[in-house]
Design a protein around this ligand. Structure first.
Ligand code: ADP
Ligand code: MG
Length: 420
C-alpha cells in the first residue's frame, strides 16, 4: 500500500510512524488520515483484518500488522518488534487510552524519543497521578489506593462520606460509585469485586470541566475548556438525561482562569511531552479549581470534533504535525462555543421515530453542525457503554448563554422513541 492522500509538504525527510490501532475506535481513522496528510509513512498495528479497515485508513497506511489481541501488551510488543526488525522507525504513537502505555514501552524498547513508561504511568494510574500533582502543591481530591476490603474500610474511615470508589485505571466512568453513607458500602463492594485495584476519594461537589491541550514539549500550542452538563458521573447514572458538553469560547473569562492555570501546572508536574492531553477538573461553589484526572491522549466522544467546530480547524491533522515535527500550523482563534447533546431513546430495541427534530431544525438549523442521531430502524446502543448513546446533535454559537439555551432545547424538544 502506498499513501494516496496528498501530503501538505511539511516533510523534510521521510518519517516512519507506527500508529497503534489506526482503525478503532472510529476517530482513530481521522488521526491516521492526519498523519498521512502531514507526510508521514504510517505503519499501522491493529486487530482489525485488512479487509475491515476503513477506506481512509487503507489509503493512509504504507504497511499494516494485524495482531490477534490488541490489548495483550506483551504479545503486541513482541510482534511489533519482530515486524520492524531492520527498519528505521521515528515515532510510536497511540491516541487510545488503553494503548498509551504499550506505545511508551515500544518506544523504550526501540530507544526512541517520546514519553517513557514512567512518565506515562503518571497519566494512567490515578493514584500515582494525584500524588505527583499533589507533590507540585496543586489541589486534588484526598485519595487512597485500595486493594482489599480492609483497605477500603480504612480509607473510608480516614476520608469520610460522601466519597467515590473507582478503578485505579478506569475510563468512561465505568464501575465508578458515589457513596453517601455506610449503607452504600456493601453493594458497591459487591459490584467492584472484579476490580483488582481502586481509588477511594473524597467526593468533590461542584461543576465539572475539561482542560484539553495539544502540547509540544509539555507546552500547550492549543488549549480548550469544556463544561460537562451535568457532571460525567451523573450523566452516566441517569438514563433519562440528555448529557451536554459545551466548549468554552471565552476561556479568558474569570470563571475558568484557575482551572486553566491548574491545567498548565499539571502538565509540568507530570512531565508531559508532545501530543494531546485531556484533563477533568471541578470548580467548587467557592470558586476553587480542583484537579480530577488527566490522560495523555485526546478526549473521546467527539470532543476533538467539537474543538474543531469551535475554531474551524483540523486538530486531527495538527496533532499529526505536532507528533511528527513539533509544530502547530492552525489558528487557535476561538469563534464559537460548541455544544454536543447526546440522546438516549425511550424504550428498547429499534428506534421507531424521532419526535421534535423537524421543528428544532426549523428554529435552530443554522447553528447545527452535526446530526448523528440514530435513525428509525437502527438498534439502540448501550448507553452505559458509550457516551455516544443513541447519537447526538452538535450546535455552535458565538455567545455562551445562547449556545447553552439551544443545547438545552435540543435536550428537551428532541425525543427518540424505540420499541419492539
Ligand atoms: N473525587 C471525585 N469527586 C466527585 N466526582 C468524581 C470524583 N472522582 C470521579 N468523579 C466523577 O466520576 C467521573 C468518572 O471519574 P474519572 O476519575 O474521571 O474516571 P474515568 O477515567 O472513568 O473518566 C468523573 O468525571 C466525575 O463526574
Ligand atoms: Mg474521566
Amino acid at each position: 500500500m502506498e499513501p494516496q492522500v496528498a501530503s501538505d509538504g511539511n516533510l523534510g525527510r521521510s518519517m516512519n510512524v507506527v500508529f497503534l490501532s489506526p482503525n478503532y475506535p472510529p476517530e482513530m481513522q481521522q488521526y491516521t488520515r492526519g498523519l498521512a496528510e502531514v507526510g508521514a509513512r504510517v505503519l499501522g498495528v491493529g486487530d482489525t483484518p485488512v479487509s475491515g479497515l476503513a477506506p481512509v485508513v487503507r489509503r493512509s497506511l504504507v504497511d499494516y500488522l494485524q495482531v490477534p489481541r490488541m490489548l495483550d501488551e506483551e504479545d503486541v510488543i513482541r510482534r511489533v518488534h519482530h515486524w520492524l526488525r531492520g527498519r528505521s522507525v521515528d515515532r510510536v504513537l497511540a491516541n487510545w487510552e488503553v494503548l498509551v502505555m504499550t506505545a511508551a514501552r515500544l518506544r523504550e524498547r526501540f530507544g526512541m524519543e517520546g514519553m517513557d513508561p514512567d512518565t506515562v504511568r503518571g497519566f494512567r494510574d490515578k493514584q500515582v497521578m494525584k500524588e505527583r500533582v499533589r507533590a507540585a502543591g496543586l489541589r486534588t481530591a484526598r485519595s487512597r489506593r485500595v486493594r482489599t476490603v480492609a483497605e477500603v474500610e480504612a480509607a473510608v474511615a480516614e476520608i469520610g462520606y460522601p466519597l467515590i470508589l473507582k478503578p485505579i485505571d478506569g475510563a468512561g466512568s465505568a464501575n465508578t460509585w458515589r457513596l453517601d453513607g455506610p449503607a452504600d458500602l456493601p453493594p458497591v463492594l459487591r459490584a467492584m469485586r472484579s476490580v483488582p485495584e481502586a481509588s477511594c476519594e473524597e467526593f468533590i461537589t461542584g461543576e465539572e470541566f475539561t482542560y484539553d491541550t495539544l502540547c509540544v514539549g509539555g507546552r500547550p500550542v492549543f488549549e480548550n475548556v469544556a463544561q460537562y452538563l451535568p457532571p460525567a458521573l451523573v450523566a452516566r447514572t441517569r438514563e433519562e438525561l440528555s448529557p451536554i458538553i459545551i466548549t468554552v469560547r471565552d476561556m479568558d473569562a474569570p470563571k475558568y482562569g484557575d482551572g486553566v492555570a491548574l491545567g498548565r501546572s499539571v502538565l509540568g508536574a507530570l512531565g508531559m511531552g508532545d501530543g494531546f492531553t485531556h484533563m477533568e477538573w471541578f470548580r467548587t461553589g467557592s470558586g476553587e479549581a480542583i484537579f480530577g484526572e488527566i490522560g495523555c491522549r485526546p478526549g473521546g466522544a467527539n470532543l476533538v470534533d467539537q474543538m474543531n467546530w469551535s475554531c474551524d480547524i483540523d486538530l486531527f491533522r495538527e496533532w499529526a504535525r505536532v507528533a511528527c515535527f513539533g509544530s502547530f500550523a492552525a489558528s487557535a482563534e476561538r469563534r464559537y462555543n460548541c455544544a454536543i447533546i447526546f440522546k438516549r431513546a425511550r424504550g428498547q430495541g429499534r428506534i421507531t421515530r424521532i419526535e421534535g427534530l423537524r421543528s428544532f431544525l426549523a428554529d435552530h438549523g443554522k447553528h447545527v453542525v452535526a446530526d448523528q442521531l440514530l435513525r428509525p430502524g437502527s438498534m439502540r446502543r448501550n448507553w452505559k457503554n458509550t457516551l455516544l448513546s443513541d447519537g447526538f446533535l452538535a450546535v455552535r454559537h458565538p455567545d455562551w448563554d445562547t449556545t447553552r439555551r439551544i443545547a438545552e432545547e435540543a435536550a428537551e424538544r428532541v425525543v427518540l422513541h424505540a420499541g419492539g
